[in-house]
Design a protein around this ligand. Structure first.
Ligand SMILES: Cc1cc2nc3c(=O)[nH]c(=O)nc-3n(C[C@H](O)[C@H](O)[C@H](O)COP(=O)(O)OP(=O)(O)OC[C@H]3O[C@@H](n4cnc5c(N)ncnc54)[C@H](O)[C@@H]3O)c2cc1C
Length: 357
């Protein structure tokens, strides 16, 4: 490594909501931060783009109104037989924003606090170097004291924390989604969840301005069944919305299933967001956990106490994620979802989950 190579306090790999939030929080606290991402920004990310209100409470700034496609006040839950229950007391439950716009905005916020950002820069590997780490990327070598892995579900950084890191089809989720176009007069703006005939899985429909993001998701070992039910899910969506007959592009995506204990740190590395496995296994929502784990990581780095990071995250998230895991097992039960009272109870529960964990 050249002697004039810059030495950072913290290098962060992956500039999604987790990485950008960590960069911003650390730069705000006076740390010298480099944030890298392999993609060119703004980049898209397969996601429903639903930002629950509990995320907004974590941010100490407002998301610009021009980005907001919809405000969501209600949740509807559909049984296999297409019976619906709707809940919402008029309080804001969340907003929808396309991920390319949200993520670029969060990166800009980090840059605004003094973090350096380099896109089109892939993390390759690292080497221990004295008290710090040498980080090898597609744009050269950099040095840091601490590395944060926020590089998503198939994190490369994770392999340095957990040597056994392998894709486990029981602890990894799979989703198929697309955006459909709706008629300009369609005013259907609630967050819709669907019980689907695949174990541990659910379907969704999320308003995104003139489009609706729809999908089905469940554990990776149910991939074939999920692919098989997706066309039927689209048919159901046609019964609810006034849709335009435009061609659609279907995407598959992976996500971690939260609720399992994972190793998240060593002396110089922390994992946050999807890289740490923090996604609700029932609803697939992960932006809250990405932002919150990034904030906890930044606090622990500034306190020079990395070992407490894992304990704090587990204390805050694990009970919720574990409960959701159990609910995912129960929720797919066909009879259970057909009972109006139970469906209503669950619908209310989803509303509460959007407000707090
Ligand atoms: C279909 C689907 C729908 C979803 N809908 C919602 C929703 O509506 N609401 C919600 O809250 N959550 C949703 N989620 C979950 C949410 O998308 C994730 O939890 C969230 O994106 C996690 O943020 P992150 O910053 O941890 O990771 P990511 O957003 O995945 O960011 C990781 C970044 O790391 C970069 N990267 C990867 N490898 C490298 C490397 N080697 N070098 C450099 N950079 C690298 C990637 O380019 C990427 O930009 C959904 C997930 C899926 C799959």
């Amino acid at each position: 490594m050249a002697n004039n190579q810059k030495n950072y306090d913290v290098i962060i790999v992956g500039a999604g909501p987790a990485g950008a939030t960590a960069a911003r929080e650390l730069a705000k606290k006076g740390q010298d931060v480099l944030l890298i991402d392999k993609k060119e920004f703004p980049r898209d990310k397969t996601c429903g783009g639903f930002i629950p209100v509990k995320v907004l409470k974590e941010l100490d700034f407002h998301l610009p109104e021009v980005f907001i496609r919809n405000e969501v006040y209600q949740v509807s839950l559909y049984s296999h037989g297409f019976k619906a229950s709707t809940y919402g007391k008029g309080d804001l439950l969340g907003i929808t924003i396309p991920r390319a716009e949200l993520d670029q905005f969060l990166v800009n916020k980090a840059i605004g606090q003094g973090a350096r950002f380099m896109d089109k820069t892939s993390f390759y590997h690292l080497e221990q170097h004295g008290d710090g780490l040498n980080i090898f990327t597609s744009s050269g070598e950099y040095r840091c004291r601490i590395l944060i892995g926020s590089d998503g579900v198939f994190s490369k950084v994770k392999t340095y924390v957990d040597k056994k890191n392998q894709i486990n089809p029981y602890q990894t989720g799979f989703a198929i989604s697309t955006n459909v176009y709706r008629h300009k007069d369609d005013k259907n703006n609630d967050f819709k969840l669907f019980s689907i005939p695949v174990a541990f899985s659910m379907g969704w429909a999320i308003p995104m301005g003139q489009q609706v993001n729809i999908g089905v998701g469940g554990p990776l070992f149910k991939k074939r069944e999920l692919l098989a039910v997706f066309q039927n899910h689209i048919k159901k969506i046609h019964e609810i919305y006034q849709l335009e007959n435009r061609e659609i592009k279907i995407k598959g995506a992976f996500l971690p299933a939260g609720g399992f204990r994972r190793k998240l740190t060593n002396e110089k590395i922390l994992l946050i967001g999807d890289a740490a496995g923090f996604v609700d296994p029932l609803t697939g929502e992960g932006i809250y956990y990405a932002v919150r784990s990034a904030k906890i990581a930044a606090e622990q780095i500034c306190k020079q106490n990395l070992s407490a990071y894992e304990e704090r995250c587990m204390g805050e998230f694990y009970p919720r994620l574990r409960k959701s895991f159990m609910e995912a097992v129960l929720g797919c039960n066909k009879k259970y979802m057909n009972i109006k009272l139970l469906r209503e109870k669950r619908c209310k529960h989803f509303v509460e989950m959007m407000q707090k964990i």
